[in-house]
Design a protein around this ligand. Structure first.
Ligand SMILES: Nc1ncnc2c1ncn2[C@@H]1O[C@H](COP(=O)(O)OP(=O)(O)OP(=O)(O)O)[C@@H](O)[C@H]1O
Length: 251
């Protein structure tokens, strides 16, 4: 396996509460890794440790290491702003800014110092194409992002992440607020994106994990119960608890 990220003996605490317990996992490059498990098992917490989003929550701490291209992302040498550029994030609810479609995508690059209009135009077009949204919005780039449908808004948020030229994309239930047609579109997009990016996605939908992921991690009460090829996890899980969960016996 060509590992893009490697998680070694990770524990994570909110104050005294241990939310992640001794997690070991390798994230394969240019693959989709799905994180599944019942509500409260730690999927989002784990996802957020991967680009240090949890740093923003007071009273949290971790033990162990998370290697990204061989370096521990929690090392004092790491520039967190740069890290989050490389490891981008897409959230559950599409959250575009109250600005135009163009400005939503150009916002990050501008903040990182790109001022040249032609360069920004190029980034906006490339990112919207990458998020399979360009054809739908190319004639109205200066209209409000809020006028887009929910599915289009989510693709816009993906374009916004792509504009930072990330390497890894973290997605926290990106389709849970969308209808089945918009969901299918995002799933097709994810399948496309994995050619260029490494993707880690939290999903409540086992069907979705089965459709789009190469590897699946099953969490239960802060523990990683089973991790491996999605095909294997879904057809022949090694652990009884995984089997009970995927066959719908709990959760
Ligand atoms: N900011 C926080 N402060 C304290 N505890 C938290 C915080 N965020 C999450 N937790 C706790 O950590 C545990 C894991 O939560 P997390 O949100 O990671 O689970 P999840 O599997 O993503 O759940 P869901 O599927 O419902 O989103 C839960 O017990 C939760 O109550």
């Amino acid at each position: 396996m060509n590992a893009k990220m490697e998680i070694n003996n990770l524990n994570f605490y909110y104050g005294d509460f241990k939310a992640l317990k001794d997690i070991n996992m390798k994230i394969e490059e240019n693959k989709v890794t799905a994180l599944i498990g019942p509500s409260g098992c730690g999927k989002s917490t784990f996802l957020r440790t991967l680009n240090r989003m949890n740093d923003l929550i007071e009273g949290t701490r971790h033990e162990g290491e998370i290697l990204y291209e061989g370096q521990d992302i929690y090392s004092p040498k790491v520039d967190v702003v740069e890290l989050r550029k490389k490891i981008g994030m897409v959230f559950q609810k599409p959250n575009p800014f109250p600005k135009s479609i163009y400005e939503n995508v150009a916002f990050g690059p501008k903040r990182h110092g790109i001022k040249n209009k032609a360069k920004l135009d190029e980034i906006v077009e490339k990112s919207l194409k990458g998020a399979a949204l360009w054809d739908e919005v190319k004639d109205r780039l200066n209209t409000s992002a809020w006028a887009l449908s929910g599915g289009q808004q989510q693709r816009l948020c993906i374009a916004r992440a792509l504009a930072m030229e990330p390497d890894v994309l973290l997605m926290d239930e990106p389709t849970s607020a969308l209808d089945p047609v918009a969901t299918l579109k995002i799933e097709e997009l994810i399948d496309e994106l994995k050619n260029n990016y490494t993707i880690i996605i939290v999903t409540h939908s086992m069907q979705q994990a089965g459709r789009i992921s190469d590897n699946t991690a099953f969490f239960l009460m802060g523990e990683l119960i089973e991790f491996g090829e999605t095909k294997k996890i879904f057809s022949n899980p090694s652990d009884k608890r995984t089997e009970d969960y995927i066959t719908g016996r709990f959760g």
